[in-house]
Design a protein around this ligand. Structure first.
Ligand code: VAH
Length: 309
């Protein structure tokens, strides 16, 4: 069976539903520290579980005979700046628990999400390469950079089959994101429908790598489906789909909601966004396991406005 930790989060919710669709509802155990959407809770087994609690995690793994774990539980960039030590504890101890279960052969395969947040202010900003300067200036970014080093170490040292993707900002409508800097790219659609206007917490020219959730889920399933020898990068793969600014989003929204207006009130999240790249080179993922995106900004806007209406 498959276990998802953090199954009620923005990625976890859709990953759980996609895995249940593919492997059958009873084969996919959802877990989190709180219950999730009605659709998620109704579609298969659920366990209340704190991913930092090794004993509780091991019990669930043994009870359900788990072979694969998707560790989606984490504290994201904005919240992590407010609670650095809680973020480090959650993001790192959950990873150590899962890597050690794999090292002890209690599970066979691990997916762990990294982020473009591993890059920092002196990383090349355009077409950021797979291997480059990484001096993250956020707690979240430090935890993701350190997590990548541990994943690579456990693979090389103990043969652990852990696979990882550096997600861009993710846009989806099924579950609200929690505490991310790129949450503006979701909020803008929700507010466009509700109020016809949005006050954006990053500046209009803030251009960031973004991806629609369907592409992110498809990439996650693809990297896990690949043969082990195809996965040459065991830290984490760069992954890309599109890059745009809030101004680009507003223009795209106005094609559907002509009167939509936006103003900009940058807050502490501006400095986080400014430390990240504007576009990503994901040629390694394309080459090693056949990655290619399907959603551009226009298609994303259509999907979001249609489903949020
Ligand atoms: C965040 N959505 O904003 C996450 C992601 C690249 C951004 O890591 O923290």
């Amino acid at each position: 069976s498959i276990l998802i930790l953090g199954a009620c989060g923005q990625i976890g919710t859709e990953l759980t539903l996609a895995l249940r669709e593919r492997y059958g509802n009873q084969q996919v155990i959802a877990s989190d520290i709180r219950e999730g959407s009605a659709q998620l809770m109704a579609s298969g087994p659920f366990e209340m579980l704190d991913a930092t609690n090794y004993g509780a995690l091991e019990d669930v793994v043994m009870h359900y005979e788990i072979e694969e774990v998707y560790l989606m539980a984490a504290m994201l960039s904005a919240t992590a700046e407010k609670f650095p030590m809680r973020a480090w504890n959650l993001n790192m101890n959950s990873l150590f628990n899962v890597l050690n279960l794999a090292k002890d052969k209690k599970i066979g395969k691990v997916f762990w999400p990294s982020s473009i947040a591993v890059f920092g202010p002196n990383t090349p900003k355009e077409n950021t390469p797979q291997h480059t300067i990484m001096e993250p200036s956020t707690v979240y970014g430090v935890s993701k950079q350190s997590g990548e080093r541990w994943c690579d170490y456990y693979h090389k040292k103990f043969g652990v089959d852990v696979r990882s993707i550096r997600y861009p900002g993710l846009i989806s409508w099924k579950t609200a994101p929690g505490g991310g800097t790129t949450d503006f790219a979701v909020d803008i659609y929700i507010q466009a429908i509700k109020e016809g206007k949005y006050s954006c917490f990053v500046s209009e020219e803030t251009r960031l790598p973004m991806m629609y959730m369907d592409d992110a889920i498809r990439a996650t399933l693809a990297i896990m489906d690949a043969d082990a020898e195809q996965i040459r990068v065991r830290s984490s793969y760069n992954l890309a789909a599109m890059s745009f600014s809030p101004a680009d989003m507003a223009a795209s929204i106005r094609e559907h909601i002509p009167g939509f207006s936006i103003d900009y009130e940058p807050d502490f999240r501006q400095a986080i966004a400014d430390s990240w790249p504007s576009s990503i080179d994901d040629s390694e993922a394309q080459k090693d396991w056949g990655w290619s995106p399907e959603f551009d900004l226009e298609k994303t806007t259509r999907e979001m406005l249609t489903n949020l209406k």
